[in-house]
Design a protein around this ligand. Structure first.
Ligand SMILES: *Cc1c(COP(=O)(O)O)cnc(C)c1O
Length: 382
């Protein structure tokens, strides 16, 4: 007798209702939900596993390595990597991609010191702990960007050590972008030859190439590796991410493993092979132009949101090129309904491609009503 009862079936139905309802009312997290992967859903029938290095042959053939290489190539090009010197793979998300970048940096400079700003994503501290690399936190300025003066002074005091910079391109709360150009010129002025720059572009990396003027954040600007999350701006049913690095650096850590007939260059052994398939499908459907249009739509919604908030007297602002609108903390009723991430005294709305002006209007209405109800609890100004 099957253990799957009528009650279990109801549980699944209720779960779907809850997940669907939650999906339809959030504005606070950087997750796109406007995807349609129905054309490739039949691939869920196969035990796909991208075991091993996507650029090497592998004895396990139920895999999507070829598409994975195309995904890596797509982003390598977007990030202006040297076509003869790039490598990468599709990870479980931005956190693993950052772990990988830092791993490469440590292998290159085992005596290096990592510098990252206080606005850096929370997972980086844990990654540094796992890798056991010494690190120093740099102050960030009011807009969330690295304080370059503090960076310069701190590096100066430790100039005998190789410098590893974890630079963020789109911080979690304010979508601030650290300027790789300024970081490089500081290193040059201090005559630091041994350095490695990893860019955490989890959210903004996917559309940084379309910004105008384009900030310094890619390989031509002097970075060594960059990570993005695939389930954020592009959108995917399961979390995934991409790491792109210089092949010449990766070659330092490749070990051949006879059992899988491949190189053990990735963090995990078995790897999600559906993630690369979904990402490949998405970038093929969108193309570079579609991805750009997606960014422009988000930017337009963000401008609209910022303006509407200012019209009702809310002190809202955005970093340049940013699709994140920062505002003072909203009342709890609004925060809960729209699942707004809040940190300290600020909240934000991230205008992902699926966010519509109608939703912004509804949010503004909720905020106006809540403000009347909770006047004393809520301050418009910082
Ligand atoms: C989301 C995010 C991460 C972590 O990425 P995951 O894909 O959730 O693992 C890292 N850094 C920044 C800036 C992020 O926004």
């Amino acid at each position: 007798m099957s253990g799957f009862s009528e009650k279990d079936k109801q549980k699944l139905e209720q779960l779907e209702i809850a997940v669907k309802g939650a999906r339809d009312s959030f504005l606070g997290y950087p997750v796109s939900k406007d995807f349609d992967y129905s054309e490739i859903l039949n691939f869920l029938q196969y035990p796909i596993n991208n075991l091993g290095d996507p650029f090497e042959d592998c004895t396990y053939k139920v895999q999507t390595h070829e598409l994975e290489r195309e995904v890596v190539a797509f982003f390598a090009k977007l990030f202006r990597a040297n076509p003869k010197d790039y490598w990468g793979y599709v990870t479980n998300g931005g956190s693993e991609s950052n772990l990988y970048g830092l791993y490469l940096a440590r292998e290159m400079y085992p005596k290096g010191m990592v510098y990252y700003s206080e606005s850096t994503h929370y997972s980086v501290k844990k990654n540094l702990h796992l890798l056991n690399i010494p690190s120093i936190v740099i102050r960030s300025t009011e807009n969330g960007e690295m304080d370059y003066e503090d960076f310069e002074n701190t590096v100066k005091m430790n100039r005998h050590k190789p410098v590893i910079v974890l630079s963020t391109f789109g911080t979690t709360m304010k979508e601030a972008k650290d300027d790789v150009g300024r970081i490089k010129s500081i290193l040059k002025n201090l005559a630091i030859h041994d350095h490695y720059i990893h860019v955490d572009g989890a959210l903004s990396g996917s559309y940084g190439a379309f910004m105008n003027p384009k900030p310094a954040f890619d390989f031509k600007d002097g970075i060594d590796s960059i990570s993005i999350s695939g389930h954020k701006f592009i959108g995917s049913p399961m979390p995934c991410g991409v790491i792109v690095a210089k092949k010449s650096i990766r070659d330092r850590i490749s070990n051949g493993i006879a059992y899988i007939g491949s190189l053990d260059t990735t963090i995990t052994g078995s790897r999600n092979g559906h993630g690369p398939l979904f990402l490949w499908y998405a970038i093929k459907k969108m193309g570079v132009d579609g991805l750009k249009a997606r960014y422009e739509k988000s930017l337009e919604t963000a401008r609209y949101c910022e303006q509407r908030l200012q019209e009702i007297g809310v002190n809202a602002w955005r970093n340049p090129n940013s699709i994140t609108v920062v505002m003072p903390k909203t009342p709890n009723s609004v925060k809960n309904k729209w699942q707004l991430a809040t940190e300290g005294d600020i909240s934000h709305i991230i205008c992902m491609p699926n966010v519509s002006k109608a939703q912004i209007d509804e949010f503004i209405e909720d905020l106006t009503m809540a403000d009347q109800n909770e006047e004393e609890e809520y301050a418009f100004d910082f």
